[in-house]
Each structure stands twice: as C-alpha cells, then as structure tokens.
Design a protein around this ligand. Structure first.
Ligand SMILES: Cc1cc2nc3c(=O)[nH]c(=O)nc-3n(C[C@H](O)[C@H](O)[C@H](O)COP(=O)(O)OP(=O)(O)OC[C@H]3O[C@@H](n4cnc5c(N)ncnc54)[C@H](O)[C@@H]3O)c2cc1C
Length: 310
C-alpha cells in the first residue's frame, strides 16, 4: 500500500501528484524494521523521517504529502532510556510519556516536567523527545531541559555514527545540522551532567495545550549550603534556546538560600534576543524570562515552593 492508502502501489496514476513544474512525482512510504534497513534507505534517496507525526502532520496544513516518508515506528531498538557507565541514552523513538514514567536521577526532573507540559497526554503518548529537537522550533519545550543536562545528539548514517552537543545541532529556527542521509538515533546525557536537581517553568497564555511564550530550566548542584554547579537555559526568547552563562556565573559560590533570587535580579542575560509576536512583545518576554529563571533556580535549589507553570 502506498502513502495515500491505495493498494495499487507507487505507480498508481491516482497517487501521482503534479508539482509546480507540471511533472508527475511519486511519493514513497517505507516502514523499516531494522536500523540498518532505515539507514540504507536514507543513503539512497531523500526521505522525511516520521516519528510521532505531531509536528509533521500539522505543518502540512491542507497540502498533501509530497515527500518520501520514512516511518521509524517499526524500529523497536530506538525506543527507551538506558544507562551506561558514561551516558544516559534516550532512544530516538522515546516518547514524552516514556520519559515521565522512567525512574531517573533528580537532574532529569526538568525534562520530566517539560514532558508533562508538551500538548496533552494524547500528544505525549506518541510524540518523541527526538522529534521535538529535530523540529527545531524556538518554542520546543524539551530543548532548555536538555541543554541544562549538557545533552548530545547521536546521528547515524551508512557512513557511520557521529555525535555533537545539542547546542551545535540546532542551528536556527527549524534548522538543524542533520544531513539528508542521517537520522537522529539517540540523545545522550553525560553522567557528569546529571548531578544535582533540576526544575522547569513554562509561561503560556493558558495552563494546558499551549505554545510557550517563554520557558526556563535550571539544574543546580549544592554542596554543603553552597552552589557548586549551575546550568540555566531559556527557550522562546531567541532563535535557538540558549544557556545563560552570566546567570550561571552569578550563582556559583553563593549560599543556596534567598540570595539566589537576588543574584538573578541583576545577572546579565545578554544571550536573549526575543521577538515581538502574537504571543507576547519582546519587552514582556525579557521581563518574564527573568522571573521564570528565578522560579526555576529556586525550585531546583530547593529554596522555595515554585510552580512548574507560570
Ligand atoms: C496539539 C499539539 C500540541 C503541542 N504542544 C506542544 C508543546 O506544548 N510543547 C512543545 O514543545 N511541542 C508541542 N507540540 C509539538 C510536538 O508535539 C513536539 O515537538 C513533539 O515532541 C514532536 O515529536 P514527534 O515524534 O511527533 O515528531 P514528528 O512530527 O514525527 O517529527 C518532527 C520533525 O522531526 C523530524 N524527525 C523526527 N524524528 C527524527 C529522527 N529520529 N531523526 C531525524 N529527524 C527526525 C521529522 O522529519 C520532522 O521534521 C504540540 C503539537 C500538537 C499537535
């Protein structure tokens, strides 16, 4: 059966679509059951990878599918979270619900809180963490939480395996470093980045099913009563979600008490360059970002009861 549900296969005239050039084109659909098979297909022709489809299908609007579709939902080996001596490995088919249900160190709390904020439970049941980063929306809720974990992206192709930090993988709004012959096989979290506790705070126009106006994640390592390590990231306030190095520097060495909130008030946030759009003005976003960063840090440091949604 081809992508249009026709039994006649790819040669069926009904299923041919004429592009702007007037030339007929055929879209292919494949659902490989092994990674090797998927990589061989990717090496052979251009394909659009389909995971949960929750970004892909809405992006079509009323247009028909015009790309070859490589459905990765037959690749069981890509689903789930495993641990090795050096890394936590989040397989590319791991859904947000899988993430919520997995027992993980407290450093993953921000990612779990972000998981609960993605759309609705129905969306979380099929949508993948990897799909969220590959879609590269500035408002992707998973990205700040992964940035504070120092996440890396594992890319596979027939040519081999490479990995790169998430902050290098997302190049801009809807742009990634993924090559046409590659797919994301996993997200890797180095063990040394999983110390401490983390928290995530999302600001939206309403409580549920909402695209973020801004969101923040923080991971704080406290030794004695002092902050030894701080990782802070903000999304939807720049083309790509970003770590806030000035805020992180302002926290390290401080007592983990109310003084952290004070530090955030005056810390530089030069990385942020929000835009005006229908969800909020740039000035509002900047002010809101500082507040949700403060809440995320206080929650991660355990210095107050902070809600995970603003
Ligand atoms: C009603 C609704 C509400 C939503 N709410 C939120 C929200 O609150 N927060 C939020 O962040 N997002 C939200 N989303 C967007 C979406 O659910 C998430 O971004 C989700 O994580 C995408 O995962 P997916 O598996 O569905 O990706 P897909 O739609 O399958 O793929 C998305 C993109 O990534 C590519 N891709 C997927 N997997 C791979 C891979 N392994 N290798 C290479 N490329 C790949 C695809 O080709 C496509 O370009 C919402 C969507 C809907 C429909």
């Amino acid at each position: 059966m081809n992508l249009n549900g026709c039994e006649h296969g790819e040669a069926c005239r009904e299923c041919r679509s004429a592009g702007s050039t007037g030339k007929a084109s055929v879209t292919r659909y494949a659902k490989p059951t092994s990674l090797d098979e998927a990589l061989a297909l990717l090496g052979d022709a251009p394909w659009r990878i389909l995971a949960g489809g929750t970004d892909f299908y809405p992006s079509l609007g009323n247009r028909p599918v015009r790309e070859n579709m490589l459905d990765i939902n037959g690749l069981d080996e890509l689903r789930g979270i495993t641990a090795s001596a050096s890394h936590w490995r989040i397989g590319a088919r791991t859904t947000w619900t899988d993430m919520v249900q997995e027992e993980l160190p407290a450093a993953f709390d921000a990612l779990k809180q972000a998981a609960r904020e993605v759309g609705s439970v129905q969306i979380q049941n099929v949508a993948t963490v990897a799909g969220n980063i590959c879609n590269a929306s500035p408002a992707a809720d998973g990205v700040p939480a992964l940035l504070v974990l120092g996440a890396e992206v594992e890319l596979r192709s027939m040519a081999g395996t490479r990995s790169m930090p998430l902050r290098q993988f997302i190049l801009g709004n809807r742009r990634t470093a993924l090559r046409p012959d590659e797919m994301v096989s996993a997200i890797l979290v180095p063990r040394e980045q999983t110390l401490g506790r983390s928290a995530f705070v999302k600001l939206g126009a309403r409580r549920y099913l909402v695209i973020s106006i801004a969101m923040a994640a923080a991971r704080i390592v406290v030794e004695g009563h002092t902050v030894r390590e701080a990782a802070v990231a903000v999304g939807a306030c720049s083309a790509v979600a970003t770590r806030l190095s000035g805020v992180e520097a302002a926290l390290i060495g401080r007592r983990a008490d109310g003084s952290l909130a004070e530090a955030v008030r005056s810390a530089p946030m030069e990385e942020l360059s929000p835009i005006d759009d229908m969800r909020g003005s740039a000035a509002y976003r900047l002010e809101a970002a500082r507040e949700i960063v403060r809440r995320a840090i206080c929650a991660a440091a355990g210095t107050g009861i902070e809600r995970s949604a603003a």
